[in-house]
Design a protein around this ligand. Structure first.
Ligand code: ASP
Length: 439
């Protein structure tokens, strides 16, 4: 019998998880059961993915850079990557702003609905505003300072992606500078480490269909106020519509610049997309994204090892598209006088910066939305109501925008790889390629 493809297994796990979540939502003690007995399996899965993220970035980037054999190539790869990331993010924000201005999801929301939302979610919105304050209090160059670690073990322990990337680049460049002969032992070490971590991804993914069941059941039991959800449906559709257009844009890029079939691309990357959806975290998904892009899309390690970790941290097209729509939606509902053209231009810029600054974890986009709103002089006293307005649907939208964030990174890695002659026919590996030799 033909084996069921991984993405189908994951989809089945997700659908069963959603159904199970709804059933548990409606039976006595069901929520407690999911929290205590099901959700921990999702947490174990996410922990395993996070566990391998740092060694994976380290090994694949160091090995990749030393394979490039040429420092000027590193420079051109870096510039291309950042340039394309900024360009796609700007496209995302413009799509978001166009949709929200044309469809106006915030017009006509009744006073009672606003009041009900305010009462239900104002406390949670305050927590988000508090988190945003911490980011705002930092100086203008703090984000730059934060890239340079003073203790690499601390960076490893805290999984500070950009610091780990900086360290790996630094080691990789120095390996080039000491010459092949001296570099060889360390390069071999990282090559082998990279193979080991990739194998770990294969093994962890065997557990993915069960893990997504647990993750989605846990998401479903968190929904309680269906009435508010329905009121926000039009807004949610606008965000999802924008995200779908963005995926379409990536597919065009894949076909025009990387000369690959869009359907093939979607099929190869889908396990990473499904995990992005289930975990709402591009950082947790990163090991799987790297495995898919290298082994299933054929991007060489030297490109994927740099483009993907950087992208997981700074390239969030889904998040920026969402921030554009959410900011204008909130204004349409409670601050229509702020809806000027200049303010929308400021949103383009701040949403770009905010998506770069957003952490690759659940809800990060909503925290940074506070900064976007404050940059246009949004009245402070309305801020908790503004955030409360979008809180109810944030989690499902977070799941969707994370899919776009991950797809964007994969797309850009293909374009960069193609432009550097680093895109080849993929050679997928299975977890049990060498099993017969050792069993
Ligand atoms: N959850 C998103 C990510 O990890 C960030 C966000 O938009 O909240 O990519």
């Amino acid at each position: 019998m033909k084996k069921l493809a991984l993405h189908w297994k994951i989809i089945i796990g997700m659908v069963l998880g959603i159904i199970f979540g709804f059933i548990m939502n409606s039976v006595d003690g069901g929520k407690g059961f999911v929290t205590n007995w099901i959700a921990p399996f999702g947490t174990i899965f996410i922990n395993l993915l996070k566990l391998i993220a740092v060694p994976l970035i380290l090994a694949s980037l160091i090995k990749g850079i030393s394979d490039l054999k040429d420092i000027s190539k590193i420079k051109s790869m870096g510039l291309r990557t950042i340039g394309i990331y900024i360009a796609t993010t700007l496209v995302a924000i413009v799509i978001g702003l166009s949709i929200v201005n044309v469809f106006k999801p915030g017009d006509g929301m009744s006073k009672e609905t606003i009041e009900k939302i305010k009462i239900t979610y104002a406390d949670k919105a305050d927590v988000m505003i508090g988190k945003a304050k911490v980011t705002q209090e930092a100086g203008p160059l703090q984000a730059l300072v934060d890239i340079f670690p003073s203790n690499i073990f601390k960076s490893f322990a805290e999984a500070s992606m950009l610091q780990v990337i900086f360290f790996a680049l630094f080691v990789g460049i120095c390996l080039l500078l000491i010459g092949d002969k001296k570099a060889k032992p360390l390069v071999k070490f990282f090559d082998s480490l990279n193979e080991v971590v990739m194998k770990m991804v294969d093994l962890i993914m065997l557990f993915a269909p069960y893990a997504v069941f647990a993750l989605l059941a846990n998401v479903i039991i968190a929904f309680d106020d269906v009435e508010i959800l329905i009121k926000l449906l039009y807004y949610a559709f606008c965000v999802v519509g924008g995200l779908i257009i963005m995926i379409g844009f990536y597919l065009i890029l894949v076909s025009v610049y990387a000369k690959k079939s869009p359907m093939w691309f979607l099929k190869q990357i889908s396990p990473a997309q499904l995990l992005a959806f289930s975990t709402s975290s591009s950082a947790a998904t990163l090991p799987v994204t790297m495995e898919r892009v290298e082994e299933h899309l054929g991007v060489d390690k030297e490109v994927s090892g740099f483009v993907l970790p950087v992208g997981a941290t700074v390239n969030m097209d889904g998040t920026s598209l969402y921030q554009g729509i959410a900011a204008v939606f909130i204004m349409q509902v409670i601050w229509p006088e702020g809806l000027t053209f200049t303010n929308q231009l400021v949103i383009v810029l701040t949403a770009l910066l905010a998506s770069i600054g957003s952490a690759a974890v659940p809800s990060a986009g909503m925290v940074m939305l506070v900064i976007v709103l404050e940059s246009i002089g949004f009245p402070a006293e309305l801020l908790p109501i503004g955030l409360a307005l979008i809180f109810a649907v944030d989690r499902p939208l977070d799941m969707c925008r994370t899919v776009v964030n991950v797809t964007g990174d994969a797309t850009v890695s293909m374009i960069v790889a193609k432009s550097l002659g680093k895109l080849h026919d993929p050679k997928p590996k299975e977890w049990n390629d060498h099993y017969d030799e050792v069993k």
